[in-house]
Design a protein. Structure first.
Length: 236
């Protein structure tokens, strides 16, 4: 992807786009441009807080993404509310309004990536809503000594919801290897969850040459089917 095209997206310009993307119907669409780690976006959709969604402090101005991603997060938050009443999906960084480099991230540039805070229990086994990222070990216990515990049930419900969602084009769910194994082991012992273990296993992975993601999920959706000319699936 030519750098000028990515720069144009970050600057909110369509002048560098291929001709067909400067005319209808593309001028009404949200466009994901470039690579996850070298790109931008136009006409992004903003994820807004609601009864089922909270934006992590510090991420309010980084909550713009392609509608496919934003709508998937809204649907999964509602799914968790139905399956585990009172649950709130806490969403961290997605992208800046026009995408481009985002401090603290290698990707999150083209509106197709989002960070999600884990569902947790407090030291008394009560559900609690975090406003920050907390690292967890293979035993499910927080590494900061807070007594928090990784909530296997709700975190599985979340990844299962993502896998069952056929509209978004989910391509990756990043998480540390120990927590990946923890979730798969948990679900494999639950008759109601076993049917999704294979699909979830294929999507859950620890990213190469990046942080292990032991304190949050990182989800990514695929390029929109009609934008293959300007959008690339893999990082450069």
């Amino acid at each position: 992807m030519a750098q000028s095209l990515c720069d144009a997206a970050v600057n909110g310009s369509i002048s560098a786009l291929p001709v067909k993307f400067r005319a209808a119907p593309y001028t009404k669409m949200s466009l994901s441009i470039g690579y996850p780690n070298d790109g931008g976006q136009l006409r992004a959709k903003r994820l807004k807080p609601s009864r089922t969604i909270k934006i992590k402090p510090g991420s309010q101005e980084r909550s713009y993404g392609h509608p496919a991603l934003v709508l998937m997060l809204e649907r999964s938050a509602r799914d968790l509310q139905r399956g585990a009443p009172g649950s709130v999906l806490v969403v961290g960084d997605i992208s800046d309004e026009n995408g481009g480099p985002l401090v603290g991230h290698h990707s999150h540039q083209s509106g197709r990536d989002a960070d999600i805070v884990f569902y947790v229990l407090d030291e008394n086994g009560k559900r609690t809503v975090l406003d920050r990222y907390v690292k967890f070990g293979a035993d499910g216990k927080a590494l900061d000594g807070s007594g928090l515990v990784f909530d296997d049930w709700r975190n599985w419900l979340l990844v299962q919801s993502w896998v069952r969602d056929q509209r978004a084009g989910l391509s990756h769910i990043f998480i540390s290897r120990p927590l990946r194994q923890r979730l798969i082991t948990y679900a494999s012992k639950q008759p109601a969850f076993m049917k999704y273990v294979s699909e979830v296993s294929a999507l859950l992975k620890q990213p190469e040459e990046a942080e292990p993601h032991d304190d949050h999920f990182h989800v990514r959706v695929s390029c929109p089917k009609d934008q293959g000319e300007i959008c690339h699936e893999q990082s450069k």
